[in-house]
Design a protein around this ligand. Structure first.
Ligand code: B12
Ligand code: SF4
Length: 545
């Protein structure tokens, strides 16, 4: 079914990708070790940060740590003995985690860390060294990849920092215990040169996800593409040529997980699953050919400029029942300023297409982009309510290291960094920045208000009610609704307003006003890309009634 709306979607975008690698080229990249070492890989708990919704229920969403599974697979292939401690499953305390690590008698401990997690990693690393100084400690993941030297300087207990792709670097560390501390291996041409993620090291009973209409179901995660070519200013992944995986191997993983662990839902961690349309069609066709579309369901992240009706129909046939997009803003001027590469009308159109096809819709928004104002946030709230959207997340802009937003926040370019405590870099409940117009407290207020307005819309309440009566009994699924109803009541009783609301009222009183959204900084990652280089000057007019 192709609707008239569809023709206006800019689907011609198909990212240039690196070639795929044939099966004969697989594995020789992993060097077999002469010494067999015991390696314990650890993911610290982080879900506590979402407790703004209320106390965390016992039966909540936990997703397998895919990065560690890849690293573990490579280490096992090299001949090492590996175990994974995933503290997220039952939110282990630091004391219990330390005990588990020491009990596993490791030669090497490997942590994964995003920015808000690094403090916990450093503190545990110190305690491990205090107990046994012979244990080597390595850390990989987004935070240390962006700031390897700073991390080493902050924490002398760390022996190795792995920058970027970790499979070969981890093997190099385990095989050779090199003298250099910052280990970086060039990205391989294909992700398929690595062994499959070592799923057998996890207890899959812990990994569940609230699925519309079904409640908590067993789930697994995988990637079919690594890298994202887009240049969103707030993202640390931006500008990396996507590498497509071999479809046979991707679908082998799905089949294996379904047969071995009884997985019912698969979540693609690809930044943009639809970045290459041929890849999506091939993936869907193979899932259908093996009959997996009758057995399991899929979730993926897409973008408005890479998705159209034909593609959605194919994805539905293959079993995709929920799709999410990072909309980020409902202001056209903001959308341009954050270099999302999409137009807001495209989101409206794609959500309409999804809704017509009964796909579960999700989105994420950000409040606090550089130069964000009361007006642009209000535009975002209105936009989120206008489109065919049933679930949404709202994050406060957090300038992670190695993003253009970080440079802007440090330079005061429409954003101002208020705190450099990495523990606070969590996008929820706290704001580490302010904009020229909005204080940190405003941003926290708007995050809460956005969710409140969104989740108390009659259509969204009705959708959740339908979910309830069709068997989705997961408390987790309904938390945003409970949160919103409670806050609606509080806001009504307290007549709550954003702290700097009076400034906005004063501006309104003066009538029409021009606001400049002008980034003075050049995104250093863009230097080679002529079309994106230079100062981007965007001016838009506000018609405040
Ligand atoms: C899926 C995802 C999530 C999921 C699930 C994560 C999970 N199960 O692990 C959810 C939604 C829960 C999530 C939550 C958050 N996420 Co997230 N997430 C991602 C996403 C899209 C993919 C991650 C992934 O699995 N990639 C595939 C694997 C194979 O890659 P990888 O994890 O990077 O691992 C490789 C290397 O980094 C390295 N490596 C990693 N760990 C280790 C450890 C060792 C010992 C070694 C040797 C190597 C190594 O080797 C791996 C294999 O090559 C990334 C974006 C991206 N493309 O990376 C963002 C990303 C990692 N998330 C990000 C953030 C900020 C968060 C949150 C803090 C946001 C929030 N407040 O909600 C939380 C906190 C998560 C946490 N654990 O701290 C940022 C991190 C930026 C930063 N500097 O911290 C990213 C990069 C997004 C972005 N655009 O900027 N996230
Ligand atoms: S936010 Fe998403 S689309 Fe934008 S650069 Fe990052 S991964 Fe790519």
């Amino acid at each position: 079914m192709v609707t008239s709306v569809d023709t206006s979607i800019d689907i011609n975008y198909t990212a240039a990708v690196d070639r795929r690698v044939s099966a004969s080229e697989v594995y020789p990249v992993i060097e077999i070790s002469k010494v067999k070492r015991h390696i314990t890989l650890v993911r610290l708990p982080y879900a506590n940060i979402y407790s703004v919704y209320g106390k965390l229920p016992k039966n909540r969403e936990v997703r397998p740590p895919l990065g560690l599974l890849y690293v573990a697979g490579a280490l096992e292939e090299a001949g090492h003995c590996v175990n994974i401690i995933d503290c997220e499953t039952e939110l282990y305390s630091p004391e219990y985690t330390l005990q588990l690590i020491l009990d596993s008698k490791p030669d090497i401990v490997g942590f994964t860390a995003t920015t808000p997690e690094i403090h916990g990693v450093e503190s545990l690393a110190k305690q491990i060294k205090d107990c046994d100084s012979t244990i080597k400690i390595m850390v990989g993941g987004s935070h240390v990849s962006a700031l390897p030297r700073e991390t080493l300087a902050d924490c002398p207990s760390l022996d190795y920092i792995v920058v970027g792709e970790g499979e070969l670097s981890a093997v190099h560390i385990a095989n050779d215990l090199p003298t250099e501390q910052i280990i970086r291996t060039q990205n391989q041409k294909s992700v398929d040169v690595f062994p499959m993620p070592a799923r057998h090291l996890l207890n899959y009973d812990f990994y569940k996800y609230a699925w519309p209409g079904k409640g908590m179901v067993k789930m697994d995660v995988l990637e079919s593409i690594r890298g994202c070519p887009f240049m969103c200013t707030f993202c640390s992944v931006r500008g990396v040529k996507p590498r497509l995986r071999d479809i046979q191997r991707v679908v082998d993983e799905i089949e294996h997980s379904y047969k071995t662990y009884g997985t019912q839902l698969f979540m693609f961690f690809d930044d943009t699953l639809t970045v290459n349309r041929f890849h999506v069609f091939e993936l869907c066709d193979e899932i259908i050919r093996r009959g997996l579309n009758k057995k399991v369901v899929f979730y993926g992240n897409t973008r408005a400029n890479t998705t159209n009706a034909e593609m959605l129909d194919k994805m539905i046939e293959a079993g995709f029942t929920e799709l999410s997009m990072g909309v980020e803003t409902g202001s056209a001027a903001m959308m341009k300023a954050i270099k999302k590469g999409t137009r807001i009308e495209q989101y409206e159109q794609v959500y309409k297409l999804m809704h017509e096809r009964k796909i579960q819709t999700r989105a994420s928004f950000i409040v606090g982009h550089a130069y964000e104002t009361h007006e642009t946030v209000l535009e975002s709230i209105q936009f989120a309510k206008k489109i065919d959207l049933m679930r949404c997340a709202v994050n406060i802009l957090t300038p992670y290291p190695d993003t253009h937003s970080y440079d802007q926040a440090v330079a005061g370019d429409g954003l101002h960094l208020k705190c450099k405590d990495w523990r606070e870099f969590k996008r929820w409940g706290t704001a580490v920045i302010r904009t020229d117009d909005l204080s940190s407290e405003d941003l926290q207020w708007y995050q809460r208000r956005f969710l409140t307005e969104f989740y108390t819309q009659p259509k969204v309440l009705w959708y959740h009610f339908e979910q309830l009566i069709t068997g989705n009994a997961s408390h987790y699924f309904f938390r945003p609704v409970f949160f919103a109803i409670k806050n609606r009541l509080i806001d009504f009783l307290t007549r709550s307003k954003p702290p700097t609301w009076n400034n906005y009222l004063k501006r309104r009183a003066t009538g029409e006003k021009q606001i400049h959204i002008s980034s003075k900084l050049v995104d250093t990652k863009n230097k080679k890309n002529k079309t994106l280089t230079g100062t981007e000057e965007g001016v838009f007019k506000l018609n405040i009634k």
